[in-house]
Structure formats: structure tokens, C-alpha cells
Design a protein around this ligand. Sequence first.
Ligand SMILES: C[S@@+](CC[C@H](N)C(=O)[O-])C[C@H]1O[C@@H](n2cnc3c(N)ncnc32)[C@H](O)[C@@H]1O
Length: 300
Amino acid sequence: MRGHTGAMTDAAAGKGGHAHDDVDWAATAATLSGWDELEEGRNRAIVDWLVVRPGQVVVDVGSGAGGMAAALLDAVGTAGTVVIVDGALELLTVARRRVERRDHHLVAVHADLEHEPLSRVLDVRPVDLVHASAVVHHLDDEFAAIRALVDVVRPGGRVVVVEGGLGNRFLPDDCGIGEPGVEQRLAAAQDAWFWSEVRPAGATVRTGRGWNVLLAEAGLLDVTARSFLLDLPPPLEESTRRVVCAVLAGQLARVDDRLGGEDRATLARLLDDDDPQGLMRRRDIFVLGARTVHVGTVPA
Ligand SMILES: C[S@@+](CC[C@H](N)C(=O)[O-])C[C@H]1O[C@@H](n2cnc3c(N)ncnc32)[C@H](O)[C@@H]1O
């Protein structure tokens, strides 16, 4: 496995991404990287809770900009291996640059998991733990996706699925512009976008049950969950407010046609660097959100 350090295998060459999900992951690289900086402490807390050990082989599926993979690589140390798997080559490159370090073993695999089973694209075995955060919900059949994760883990190893939790909040309820509650309406619009664009009824399989039940039905034992807060109270550093701006701008771009004119105008003012009420000039912006980590063990 040492020979794999820094390797990039390409199972998705020529594949065009997702059938229905029109998220442009490459365009989100800068925002995901900025967000990873904010999440560093939470990622380490999750890795500590999972008790990832030196020498283990860990796979991070849908690794994004590599924030969690960096924490995992620190935990497995020079004797272990981290494999990052992602369908967006640009993100995989960003992640590899972020995570790679001397004498550590990192393998990058480019694969569109909608078309390439994980078991086929992964040539590193045995796997002690597979971690998949905010990616299973992008695959057409979530239950099949979980079973594909289970398939690659050794008996006694663990499958970690990070899904659900609570969306991130940044704004005071009354931010002094427009009607109070704009962030709740933005969240509702995002929810509607998610169910019509990311998980459209015709093109994706509805599970009708929670993540813990899906993990148990996929054959995992001792299924448990814990939620981890990201709690950055105000006032935020300028660099953190810049990340919040990028996240809000991305949300607005996705759902502006689902918002009323007044809310669109409010968000445009909040995102305007020159507006005295804008995010970059405010002392009352915060970051508060929660990720739920579901984990189960493959029967020995
Ligand atoms: C919302 S981001 C999550 C990033 C990171 N795991 C996190 O939790 O912050 C989803 C990631 O899954 C990847 N992804 C989405 N659909 C995929 C697919 N069909 N095959 C492989 N990767 C996919 C995206 O490229 C992106 O890196």
C-alpha cells in the first residue's frame, strides 16, 4: 500500500457526472475549501469520537475539498492509509493538495459512484472504516449506496454515514432589512430545491425511513448516531464572514427563483460588501449548525 502514496486512479474518466443532479461541484471548490477551514475542529472531534487508530485503512467517499480526509490521515498516521474517492476531478485535485503530506499514504480515486460500484474502483484492502459525508443523498438509490459502502469494509470494520443534522444558520432573525425571518424562508426554498432537483421523485428512490434504519437494514450491527455542532459565535473574523458570504451566495444562486422579490433584495444587500448592513460590515453574524454521524459495524 505504501506504493500508492499520492496516486490518483481514474475510474470515472470520460464520465459526465450525475444523471439528474445538476450541482457543479468544480465550481464549489473554493467555497468547500473555505468551509473545511471552519469545520477543522468539528472534523477532529468526529474522528476522535470514531476512535480511528494509527495504521488503519480508511476510505472517505465524496471527499469534497478534503477537510475530513486531512483529519483522518492525521489519525491513521504514517502506518495507515486514507483513500479519497470523488466524482469531481477538480475537487479531488484540491483535496489531494490539501491532504497529502510526507511519509503518509494517500490514494485518490476518481469515480462516479452512480456508474462505478465502489468495490470495483477500490483496490486497497482490507478497509477498516468507510466514511461518507453528504454524498449518499446525491446518489439515486441511497439504500443501494449504503450497501455498496458495506461491501468494501472488512468484517468487524465500520461504515460511517454523515447525513441529516441541522442546516447552518448565520443571521439574526431580524437583520434590519426587509421582513424578519429571511433565513428561514431561504432554508425552506433550499429544501424545496433539494427535493425537486437533487432527489426528484421520478429519478431517485425514496427510502421512507431514517438513516439508522437504513444502516441496520444494510446488515450493520450496533448502529448508533451522534450529532456534532459547528458553533462559531459572533463576532466572526473577516475571513469567516467571507466564507459565510460565499455559502449564502451559493444558496441564493440555487434558489433565487423560489424566493419573493423582497427576500432576494434583502439577501443581495446582505451580500453587498459596500452596504453598511451587509455581512462583511456586521458584528452579529454567526455560524451554527449540526452534522449527524451514523455509524454501524460490519458483522464479523
Ligand atoms: C456536499 S459535498 C460533501 C463534501 C464533504 N464530504 C463534506 O461533507 O463536506 C458532496 C461530494 O460528493 C461528491 N459526489 C457527488 N455525487 C457523486 C458521485 N455520483 N460519485 C462520486 N462522488 C460524488 C461531490 O463531488 C462532492 O465532493
